[in-house]
Write a protein that binds this ligand. Structure first.
Ligand SMILES: [Zn+2]
Length: 178
């Protein structure tokens, strides 16, 4: 790959290599060389780079733990981080104009991912996760104990409720017990 001689060469790639300016010549019509171009980098490399940063990990940990949509949410978060990183290098109006098409493409990607996530969430019928179900069951038992403490056979009642609850929680859309 063709190299620039100076860091201040205007044809230099705007990418970073191990936190130093990339010294490759940018591709025609791009701010990046083929190796740094965010739109052409393999997703895995990009993902590892972004995940390597503590702040990014913290943001990812806020994501839903639902496995079905976790990867999509990660893609959304990563794409948003990428937009932020692209905006971070914008210093002038000219930079902003140069950045517009790639930012626009990234925004469209976020939009597409958000729509896919919504569709999957809808098709899942917003199923509760197993540990959420367990937490609800625990809460339910505490409420029953509190409100039924003077009722005879309270333990048997709670056991029976939990049996029904367990059956319901393993079968989505089961009608309430009659
Ligand atoms: Zn480069």
């Amino acid at each position: 790959m063709e190299k620039v001689l100076s860091e201040y060469d205007s044809t230099r790639c705007q990418g970073l290599v191990k936190n130093n300016p990339c010294m490759n010549v940018a591709q025609p019509g791009s701010n990046y060389c083929a190796l740094c171009d965010p739109e052409h980098q393999p997703k895995k490399v990009l993902k590892n780079y972004l995940l390597g940063k503590a702040q990014d990990q913290a943001r990812l940990s806020e994501l839903s733990t639902n496995e079905e949509i976790k990867s999509l949410r990660e893609e959304i978060a990563l794409t948003r981080m990428l937009i932020q990183k692209r905006l971070d290098v914008v210093k002038t109006d000219t930079d902003l104009i140069m950045a517009c098409s790639s930012i626009n493409a990234l925004l469209l990607t976020v939009d597409r991912l958000v729509n896919s996530t919504h569709k999957i969430e809808q098709s899942l019928g917003e199923l509760l996760e197993r540990d959420t179900v367990v937490r609800i069951a625990n809460y339910l038992v505490q409420c029953l104990i509190k409100h039924l403490e003077n009722v005879p056979n309270v333990n048997e009642i709670i056991d029976a409720v939990l049996v029904d609850f367990n059956k319901a929680s393993t079968k989505p859309l089961l009608p309430p017990p009659t």
